[in-house]
Design a protein around this ligand. Structure first.
Ligand SMILES: Nc1ncnc2c1ncn2[C@@H]1O[C@H](COP(=O)(O)OP(=O)(O)OP(=O)(O)O)[C@@H](O)[C@H]1O
Length: 956
């Protein structure tokens, strides 16, 4: 993932991470919304791809307080949704049986701020029926296999899936590639992360277990042919888990409420209808609890902070499916895939070619198959297959799947993509049964069995069953079935109409965003690794329209933008257009691209847009812009700092003038006071002197007093100014003791004053000097010269590093930076780079790119020579070595740089001072640098392949 981070699309081989990185970076820089459409047939790897993209986004975004919470919730919502919405099919052991569109929301820094999931049409019929070789949804097996003993007991379940009729129809409860037990553990962990309470879990699994118990309810026939339930054990459990009285539940499962005007009559059901009611109840409960689950996850992913967010949407929806028997569900899934193909065509092949035409760009049209004709066949109002199905479901009288088929023949029989047995020619007739119809999809023909279409489209649940669910004590069920549903007399929309509408709004969501496409290709139909079925792959490449797409891409242009938009973004690259261009935008763009140096074959000017042919042209423009932006920011910053400085200076000047005049006043007053005081003291002294002189016995004492007085007065003006000042006024003999005491006092005072004046920065400097001395004193030439200079905090400022690099460093703060020369693997070529040290990592940066990233944990050793050169080799641990290997760098101020590095990496023992040569590793190849002394400094590759560094001797 690190390899793809922040690297231009064309620089590395194609990868999912490159698509994700591109979408993420463009979103961050252009502040617009994106989506990644992942398509391909069932089992081709869409879900795995979407998980990889999520992992990449989680890794790429900057670390914030919320990151861990949101990231974990986004990542862990997957196992929960997969447990409830995925199942083993013949095509895929972990097939998504619902469609998923996930929006990942990012804040202005590019950190994840929340998410939202939209789910589409879960395949409910799987709850009650599975084809041979297929399973029910994973969660049932996970619960039985992994569920804790007390939970299983509380739910009244047994561990064996074979004991549940809803789990054994496909006859493959155990699948070697699936570990239900460990998946259960993951789901349980995910529940805690996405804030499910114990009550939520209890009620949810109460519902899941009720479905299993419902499936085991067996009906018997009474003497009137009515269905009755004799064995009450299963229904007792359902009643307990749903919190519904047994008698009411039993009645609802064996009767149907008929409303005749104002009267309601309970009519007993026969066996067939009773089983239908039971299965409808199980399907409905499971389907709605899945929707509840998605809403609950959305609640936990919701971004609660208001500012506007940008999003990357991920669409992972069930892939195109063809089974031996294809039913209503395959019809919906394949219709959905037709719509996605249509979107792809509309947004790429069609839109692109039409654009060239309208923009007047010379263009040779590329022919492609437009599947709009199939979409229309399915969804056209009043005339399409869905409209006809709805009409048949809603019309009065007896409508059957066969009558529906006849209607289809009548209304769309002429359509070239529709066939029935009656309409088919002799060759194809055999493959189509009387109850089938065939659609020729973009991905191939699929024969659908029309049996069950009307029933599944109606998706009716008897009213009395709904009444039971509304009153349930299980609050999830109560959330899913509202009492208002019972009052609403309007017939609910059919399943296909709901699905069609949700797909239309999905298309609107996608159309409003910048697209990226990942087309998954299935290598074989046997779910085997390392097997590549040419025919199968060729078929997919063909129907996905990849060749046409490639042709358009190759002949077309990689990038297009309106003149105004392009000019606004890149105008700073040309002095003529910066800061403002007053002429027509087209002319401005023309001047700009010429100034930047575009060759004529690299671009075309359309009516309203600029077209750039090659991605590399665009990327070099983007890189140039990044550099320019950086310079402009520095300029603006300098100007702004200048303004601030000037303002500050004027303010200070004003204050200083005020202070000065104030101070002068104070000084003048103080001098006047002093003069008055001195005059008074002298007067007093003279008076005292005269008094004392009156007595001839006091003569000696007065002389001594005078001497003391004179010494002290003199000393007062000749006190040392700082700790290193060794001068002290010689005292008269009588004052020696006093002078010594005074000297001590004075020095102590100076020391205290000095200590107080040391700043934390100076303390840090001293600490670094101590480390430098331990590392290099007497071991490396040049140490003395460098130790007498103060160490700089950093030799690069934040402004010297491009904002893009800051973004790639995930805004990790630079602790020290210095310009270095890096010696390449290829022939020891010298490249100018910046060495950036943060708290945890060392980066080697080239303008707007990070060329190498070494975490301190991977830093093994730092080797330097004992001579005066500035070379050092950073040895990395073997895992990191696999990527780029050891690094050879050279810089000025090597003592300072290595002291900082060893302190930040907490690896003072790692600095190794070598005599003669340094051996190191370049991508698993050994290499050597030889160090010698010479009159002048030189670096060259010697004949023996070693890098040779000469440096002059320094005088110590
Ligand atoms: N890149 C890959 N490398 C190896 N195996 C893969 C890769 N992608 C997918 N697979 C394998 O293929 C299986 C099916 O993949 P996945 O579930 O993503 O398919 P899908 O396209 O989402 O199918 P569906 O439409 O049925 O949901 C995975 O369980 C995995 O075993």
């Amino acid at each position: 993932m690190n390899m793809y981070q922040g690297v231009n699309f064309i620089e590395l081989p194609p990868h999912i991470y490159a698509v994700a990185d591109n979408a993420y970076r463009v979103m961050c820089t252009e502040r617009n919304n994106h989506f990644i459409l992942i398509s391909g047939e069932s089992g081709s790897g869409k879900t795995e791809t979407s998980k990889k993209i999520l992992q990449y986004l989680a890794m790429a975004c900057p670390i914030t307080e919320k990151l861990h919470t949101i990231r974990d919730r986004l990542l862990l919502s997957n196992p929960v949704l997969e447990a409830f919405g995925n199942a083993k099919t013949l095509r895929n052991d972990n097939s998504s049986r619902f469609g998923k569109y996930m929006d990942v929301q990012f804040d202005y820094k590019g950190a994840p701020a929340g998410g939202h999931i939209l789910s589409y049409l879960i395949e409910k019929s799987r709850v009650v029926h599975q084809n041979q070789g297929e399973r029910n949804f994973h969660i049932f097996y996970q619960l039985l296999e992994g569920g804790e003993d007390h939970l299983i007991r509380w739910l009244g379940l047994e561990r064996k899936p074979e004991n549940y009729s809803y789990l054994i129809q496909g006859e493959c409860a155990k699948v070697s590639s699936i570990c239900d037990k460990s998946n259960w553990k993951l789901v349980r962990k995910a529940f805690t992360i996405i804030e499910f309470t114990e009550a939520d879990i209890e009620h949810l699994f109460g519902l899941v277990a009720s479905v299993l118990h419902l499936g085991n309810i067996k009906y018997e026939e009474d003497s009137h042919g009515h269905a009755i339930i004799r064995n009450g054990a299963q229904i007792q459990w359902v009643s307990k888990l749903l919190g519904v009285p047994v008698s009411i539940l039993q009645e609802a499962l064996t009767h149907k409420k008929i409303e005749a005007r104002s009267e309601q009559v309970l009519s007993p059901l026969n066996l067939e209808l009773a089983y239908y009611a039971r299965d409808a109840l199980a399907k409905s409960m499971y389907g709605r609890s899945f929707t509840w689950l998605v809403n609950k996850i959305n609640g936990s992913l919701a971004n609660k902070e208001p500012p506007k967010k940008t999003v990357i949407g991920l669409l992972d929806i069930y892939g195109f499916e063809v089974f031996e028997t294809n039913s209503f569900e395959q019809f919906c899934i394949n219709y959905c895939n037709e719509k996605l193909q249509q979107l792809f065509i509309a947004m790429t092949l069609k839109a692109e070619q039409e654009e060239y035409e309208t923009e007047g760009i010379e263009w040779e049209p590329v022919q492609y198959f437009d599947n709009k004709i199939i979409c229309d066949l399915i969804e056209e109002k009043h005339k399409g297959i869905i409209a006809i199905m709805d009409e048949e479901c809603l019309r009065p009288g007896e409508a059957t799947d066969l009558s529906y088929l006849a209607k289809l023949e009548e209304k769309v029989g002429e359509h070239p993509h529709f066939l029935t047995r009656k309409l088919a020619g002799p060759e194809t007739r055999k493959a189509i049964d009387w109850v089938d119809f065939q659609l020729i999809h973009y991905a191939g023909e699929v024969t659908y069995c029309a049996v069950g279409f009307l029933e599944k489209n109606n998706d009716l649940l008897y009213r009395n069953l709904k009444e039971v669910l509304v009153k349930s004590k299980n609050y999830i069920l109560r959330d899913c079935f509202h009492a208002s549903e019972l009052d609403n007399r309007k017939r609910p929309e059919t399943v296909t109409t709901q699905f069609k509408n949700s797909l239309t709004s999905l298309m609107d969501i996608l159309m409003s965003k910048e697209p990226a496409y990942i087309r998954c290709i299935k290598p074989n139909n046997d779910k085997k690794p390392g097997k590549f079925d040419d025919m199968l792959v060729r078929h997919q490449v063909k129907y996905l329209g990849l060749m046409e797409h490639l042709r358009v891409r190759r002949a077309g242009f990689a990038y297009r933008r309106k003149y105004e938009t392009f000019l606004e973004r890149y105008k700073s690259l040309c002095p003529e257009t910066w800061p403002n261009w007053s002429g027509p935008a087209r002319e401005g763009v023309e001047r700009l691209v010429k100034y930047v140096g575009y060759q004529p074959n690299e671009y075309k000017l359309g009516r309203t847009k600029l077209f750039i042919r090659f991605p590399c042209t665009l990327f070099s423009t983007v890189d140039a812009f990044e550099m320019k932006k950086h310079q402009l920011v520095s300029k603006i910053q300098a100007k702004y700092k200048g303004c601030l400085g000037k303002r500050d200076y004027l303010k200070k000047k004003k204050t200083a003038i005020q202070l000065q005049s104030c101070w002068r006043g104070v000084m003048a007053r103080r001098a006047a006071k002093k003069r008055a005081w001195a005059a008074q003291t002298i007067r007093k002294f003279i008076i005292g002197f005269i008094d004392r002189n009156k007595n001839p016995n006091n003569e000696n004492i007065n002389f001594l007093h005078m001497m003391h007085y004179n010494y002290l007065m003199k000393l007062k003006d000749h006190l040392p100014k700082h700790v290193r000042d060794k001068t002290w006024l010689q005292p008269p003999t009588a004052m020696t003791k006093t002078s010594e005491l005074l000297h001590k006092l004075c020095i102590r005072n100076l020391v205290r004053k000095y200590c107080r004046s040391i700043t934390p920065q100076k303390i840090e400097q001293m600490r670094q000097k101590v480390v430098a001395s331990e590392l290099f004193r007497g071991k490396k030439e040049g140490y003395e010269q460098s130790i007498n200079q103060p160490f700089e905090e950093s030799r690069l400022t934040d402004q010297d590093i491009s904002p893009k690099v800051h973004q790639l460093m995930l805004y990790d703060k630079m602790k020290y930076g210095i310009a270095v020369t890096k010696y390449d693997r290829n022939g020891f070529k010298a490249r100018p780079r910046s060495l950036v040290l943060t708290q945890t990592t060392l980066y080697i940066v080239e303008q707007v790119k990070i060329k190498q990233k070494i975490e301190y944990t991977n830093l093994k050793e730092i080797s330097v020579s004992n001579l005066s050169d500035g070379f050092f080799v950073i040895h990395v641990s073997p895992e990191d070595n696999k990527q780029k290997g050891d690094v050879v760098l050279q810089c000025d101020h090597i003592i300072e740089a290595l002291t900082k590095l060893s302190m930040l990496a907490s690896k003072q023992d790692a600095v190794n001072i070598c005599k003669g040569c340094i051996k190191f590793n370049f991508q698993n190849k050994n290499a050597v640098i030889d160090f010698t002394t010479a009159a002048e400094a030189q670096v060259y590759k010697a004949k023996n392949g070693h890098l040779t560094v000469t440096s002059p001797r320094l005088k110590s």
